[in-house]
Design a protein around this ligand. Structure first.
Ligand code: PGA
Length: 251
C-alpha cells in the first residue's frame, strides 16, 4: 500500500485523476469502478477535464457500478446509477452499453448479484477501482463486519451509513435501508485500487484502515494485505508525520 498525502481536497482530486488517466491511457479497454458520495466529485471533474484535453479515450472502457440502493428504480433521485450517469458517465461520453449496473430495481436481488458477479468474471475482473472510505470503514456498501471473500450481495445498511447518506439529498429524503454492493472479493482482487480520503471526519477511520489491525470490523483494513493499493489523502485526513509502518509516495 502506498500513501500519498497532499495539501487539500483539490490536490487529492487532481492527483487521483492524473493517476487514473495515466492508467486508462495505457489500458483503453479497462474495466473500471467508481464510487458515489461527496468525496469523488472533484476527482470526476478533474478526470472529465483530462479527457477533454485528450489525455485518454473513454470510448472503450467498461464501467461497473460499485453499489446501489435496493428497491428503487434508476430514475429515482436517490439512485446511485442515476448519480453516476449524470456526474461521470455522460460527461465522459460513456454509453449505457459500456456499463454493468447493479440492478437495485430487480425483483430478485440474488439473481441481480449473481448476474453481476458473472459479468465481472467474464470480463476478467476489475482493472481500476476507485473507492471512497465510509466513516465506519466500509468500501462500497460492504458494511462492517465484512468478510474479505464476500461476494456481491444484498446488505442491510448500518445506522451510521444511513445517517451519513441523508446529507446527499434534501431534508426529508428517505435513505433506503438495504442496498446491493459489489463484493469485497472483486474489490480486493482489482489490479489497481485507489482510495480517496478527505477531511478531518475521516481521520480516525483512515488511521485504523492503514495502521490498525486487519479485521472485519474495518472492511477497508483488508487493503493492507491487498496488492496495488494507492491511498490519496489530504492533510486533514492524515495530519501525522510519516511513520515507519506506512510506505509513502511523493507527488
Ligand atoms: P463520502 O462517502 O464520500 O460521501 O464521504 C464515502 C463512503 O461512504 O463510501
Amino acid at each position: 500500500m502506498q500513501l500519498y498525502v497532499v495539501d487539500d481536497y483539490g490536490a487529492m482530486s487532481r492527483f487521483a485523476a492524473h493517476l487514473t488517466a495515466e492508467r486508462l491511457r495505457a489500458q483503453p479497454e479497462a474495466n473500471v469502478v467508481v464510487p458515489t458520495g461527496n468525496t469523488p466529485y472533484g476527482f470526476f471533474r478533474e478526470l472529465i477535464a483530462l479527457r477533454q484535453q485528450g489525455a485518454f479515450d473513454a470510448s472503450r472502457l467498461r464501467v461497473f457500478q460499485l453499489d446501489e440502493y435496493f428497491g428503487i428504480p434508476p430514475d429515482d433521485p436517490r439512485s446511485f446509477s442515476g448519480w453516476i450517469t449524470r456526474s461521470f458517465l455522460d460527461p465522459l461520453g460513456i454509453t449505457a452499453a459500456q456499463v454493468v449496473r447493479l440492478r437495485g430495481d430487480a425483483d430478485d436481488p440474488l439473481v441481480a448479484c449473481r448476474d453481476y458477479d458473472a459479468a465481472v468474471r467474464a470480463a476478467g475482473g476489475f482493472d481500476v477501482v476507485v473507492l471512497g472510505l465510509g466513516r465506519n470503514g466500509h468500501l462500497g456498501f460492504n458494511e462492517p463486519p465484512a468478510d474479505p471473500a464476500a461476494p456481491t450481495r444484498l446488505v442491510r445498511l448500518s445506522a451510521e451509513t444511513i445517517a451519513s447518506n441523508e446529507h446527499y439529498w434534501s431534508v426529508g429524503a428517505q435513505v433506503p435501508k438495504h442496498a446491493l454492493t459489489c463484493g469485497m472479493n472483486n474489490i480486493l482482487t482489482a489490479r489497481m485500487k485507489l482510495l480517496l480520503v478527505s477531511g478531518e471526519q475521516k481521520r480516525d477511520i483512515l488511521r485504523r484502515t492503514i495502521t490498525g489491525p486487519i479485521i472485519p470490523e474495518v472492511p477497508a483494513s483488508y487493503l493492507q494485505v491487498s496488492a496495488q493499493v494507492t491511498v490519496v489523502a489530504d492533510s486533514a485526513a492524515w495530519p501525522w508525520p510519516q511513520s515507519a509502518t506506512v510506505e509513502y509516495g511523493h507527488v
